[in-house]
Write a protein that binds this ligand. Structure first.
Ligand SMILES: [Zn+2]
Length: 451
């Protein structure tokens, strides 16, 4: 069984060969925790969770590191605006991030380092870069000198001359070259937060955080570096540049894997366009499994167009699948369906895997009940869906269950009557978690099962 992956480093698919068969090592860039996770964070987390599941099915040990960027100008500003400490803000958002990912059935990673817990290592690396002539101090900042290494721009296939003349690069008087980037910078005094160092009180730049944490936990060179395509330039290019200067190795990771852009109703999701979708807002209306499957209906490396239609499509599939399994008795299985497994090994071809799963369900509906156990195990192990017991889905809800639902609806009504809207909303969300959608109309509240 061979895993094929699209490797950005060479611009095509190739067979994955780990450095050490007994410990496959993967790093993925985690979120900057200044606010709630958006759908772009969710897509990356789900895509690399699927890759993690595949690797765990192939190899005895996998070490997956996903960092938390908990120091950043956006974090300083958000904490300052709310009048709370940086730590209060980041702890709150990390907790929300874990809750959101839990609902999406994303497995916990093996190591989740925080930037603020690794500042000493970052300072040691920055000193090394200055001593070796790869970085310089100017105007209280430390900058990485991109001209000090060969092939800067090769990972993202950028033409350096074009970049130098590009208007999108921030031009600073202090920089020798417009593409040089910050390794250490002072923090605005009003924030009263930073670390003392030989470069002055300040904080690390974003790019050095990832390089240092990746090497600290995975070694000088590791197998897979993942992230969204929007991070390819400059973030990953800069990570690679720093790492090559620090370790003397040609690469940082042998395989660079990127998930595609995210569009919302055919428009690229971006804060500046005001169409940023937050995961918790979507999870308030849709079940986590539905959102997860919607994110996997498109191949990971292609742009994904997220829409209500896509969620409906995912929900319809799950309904059909749960219904098919609801009334049949089947034995649990530890086997994976060979065809689905082959599709997943071919550069995580989830659309093909999902269409093969649809074919399996058709066969189950036609009486091939023995496929049901393999179907469930394949869905759960590789795709991370069908985690519920089909018998608990509500087409066949018991009288007790129906009574309990009506009781909850009544409690919610009472909560609304006394103005306790947070309790009312909590009850609605608990029911939704249980697969029950409630609908208010002028004639009262009704409920229906998602499945
Ligand atoms: Zn990173």
């Amino acid at each position: 069984m061979r895993l094929i992956l699209r490797n950005t480093l060479i611009g095509r698919k190739e067979e994955f060969r780990p450095i050490d068969d007994n410990n496959v090592r993967m790093y993925a860039c985690g979120p900057t925790v200044y606010g709630r996770a958006h759908l772009g964070n969710a897509r990356a987390a789900v895509v690399f969770d699927v890759l993690y599941r595949i690797l765990k099915s192939l190899y005895p040990n996998v070490t997956y590191v996903r960092n938390i960027t908990d120091v950043d100008d956006k974090i300083y500003n958000a904490a300052f605006e709310r009048g709370i400490s940086l730590e209060q803000l980041t702890e709150e958002n990390i907790k929300f991030f874990h809750e959101d990912l839990g609902k999406l059935n994303v497995l916990p990673v093996d190591i989740e380092p925080k930037a603020t817990h690794n500042i000493e290592d970052m300072l040691a690396s920055i000193k090394k870069l200055v001593d070796r002539g790869n970085a310089y101090i100017a105007d209280e900042h430390v900058y990485f000198d991109v001209s000090s290494i060969e092939n800067y721009g090769a990972l993202s296939r950028k033409n350096i001359d074009e970049l130098q003349n590009g208007a999108r690069i921030e031009v600073s008087q202090a920089k020798k070259n417009p593409m040089d980037f910050v390794l250490w910078k002072p923090v605005d005094e009003k924030f009263n937060f930073g670390w003392d160092s030989c470069f002055g009180k300040g904080r690390p730049g974003w790019h050095i955080e990832c390089s240092v944490m990746a090497h600290k936990f995975l070694g000088e060179i590791f197998d897979i570096h993942g992230g969204g395509i929007d991070l390819l330039f400059p973030h990953h290019e800069n990570e690679l540049a720093q790492s090559r200067a620090l370790t003397g190795q040609k690469n940082m990771a042998n395989y660079w894997v990127h998930n595609g852009h995210l569009n919302i109703d055919n428009i690229k999701m971006s804060k500046s366009l005001g169409n940023c979708c937050f995961v918790n807002d979507i999870l308030a209306k849709h079940d986590g499994e539905t959102v997860r499957l919607a994110l996997l209906l498109t191949q990971y490396s292609s742009p994904l167009n997220f829409s209500e239609d896509l969620l409906t499509q995912a929900n319809n599939l799950l309904s059909k699948w749960y219904k098919a399994l609801q009334h049949i008795e089947f034995a649990e299985s530890e086997c994976l369906d060979e065809n689905v497994w082959a599709a997943m090994l071919d550069d995580m071809n989830t659309p093909k895997a999902i269409s093969l799963l649809c074919e399996m369900v058709e066969k189950i509906n036609k009486g091939e009940v023995k496929l049901a156990g393999i179907f469930m195990n394949t869905c759960r192990t590789l795709i991370g869906i069908m985690m519920k017991n089909p018998k608990d889905c509500f087409c066949s809800a018991s009288t007790e269950k129906k009574d309990w639902i009506l009781e909850q609806i009544d409690k919610r009504k009472q909560a609304k009557t006394i103005g306790d809207y947070s309790l009312a909303d909590k009850i609605r969300l608990e029911l939704l978690d249980d697969g029950i959608i409630i609908e208010d109309s002028k004639d009262g509240t009704t409920w229906k099962s998602k499945f």
